[in-house]
Design a protein around this ligand. Structure first.
Ligand SMILES: NC(=O)c1ccc[n+]([C@@H]2O[C@H](COP(=O)([O-])OP(=O)(O)OC[C@H]3O[C@@H](n4cnc5c(N)ncnc54)[C@H](OP(=O)(O)O)[C@@H]3O)[C@@H](O)[C@H]2O)c1
Length: 213
């Protein structure tokens, strides 16, 4: 049994991952989020809720004690600051395993017309800050997995393939449910994808942009 700290637990992927982790693992979950009253009912025997902000080091450090895995499902223009504080809190408390949700495009790894379109859509701050956050994590000694999903859909499907850092990104889209399934797989076997940065896409979705654009 492992103890998993979910940072940004109200996030859309995090909510799906929480349900899968409850159903498919025996992990104890700590849900760390702002305004926790949003969550509604939680599984009292498996879940603990912390009202926390990832820019607050003392809250992060308190939440990290006794955890085996940190799953960070965060967002925002201050994502580099959040990464820096999460890494520091993990180092201070000796927690080694980090699953970090990032985005496609942080290494300029998206080829072709879709790569150009992705730049048009995501330049102007987003890609730069997500890239800087990934650098903070990769420069640490943590056992991280950075997850780089394609454009996210809310389709009710689990269908994905992966690419590694250094390989061209494949496809244009992936379902949040697929990302949640990948996170669950890593919690089930945390020895997978250590110090890897993994692209996640739905197979056979190559194109100039996601189908809904
Ligand atoms: N949309 C796409 O197509 C796409 C593609 C690839 C990657 N991504 C990225 O994938 C990530 C996860 O996606 P998602 O749909 O699950 O995102 P989401 O629903 O926006 O979840 C992100 C969560 O981060 C939390 N957060 C932000 N700052 C925080 C702080 N200081 N302290 C605590 N929590 C904080 C937010 O909390 P609050 O609710 O309190 O604000 C929010 O619940 C995001 O970073 C997104 O940018 C998106």
């Amino acid at each position: 049994m492992s103890n998993v700290l979910i940072l940004g637990a109200a996030g859309k992927i995090a909510r799906l991952a929480e349900q899968r982790l409850l159903a498919e693992t025996d992990a104890q979950l700590t849900l760390y989020l702002r305004r926790p009253e949003r969550l509604g009912n939680v599984a009292g025997n498996r879940e603990k809720v912390i009202d926390g902000d990832t820019t607050k080091p003392e809250q992060l450090v308190a939440a990290m004690h006794g955890q085996d895995i940190v799953y960070a499902n965060l967002a925002g223009a201050n994502i580099e600051e959040q990464a820096t504080k999460v890494v520091a809190a993990m180092q201070q408390t000796g927690v080694k395993r980090l699953i970090w949700i990032s985005t496609l495009g942080i290494y300029d790894e998206v080829p072709g017309e879709f790569g150009k379109w992705n730049h048009q859509m995501l330049d102007g701050g987003y890609l730069q800050t997500y890239s800087a956050a990934a650098k903070v994590i990769e420069a640490s000694d943590l056992d991280y997995t950075i997850v780089r999903p394609a454009w996210l859909s809310n389709k009710d499907e689990i269908d994905y393939e992966t690419t590694q850092k250094g390989e061209p990104f494949k496809g244009t889209e992936v379902a949040r449910k697929s990302v949640a399934a990948f996170v669950t797989k890593l919690v089930q076997d945390p020895s997978q994808e250590i110090r890897h940065s993994v692209g996640l896409n739905k197979p056979n979705t190559d194109g100039d942009k996601p189908e809904w654009y």
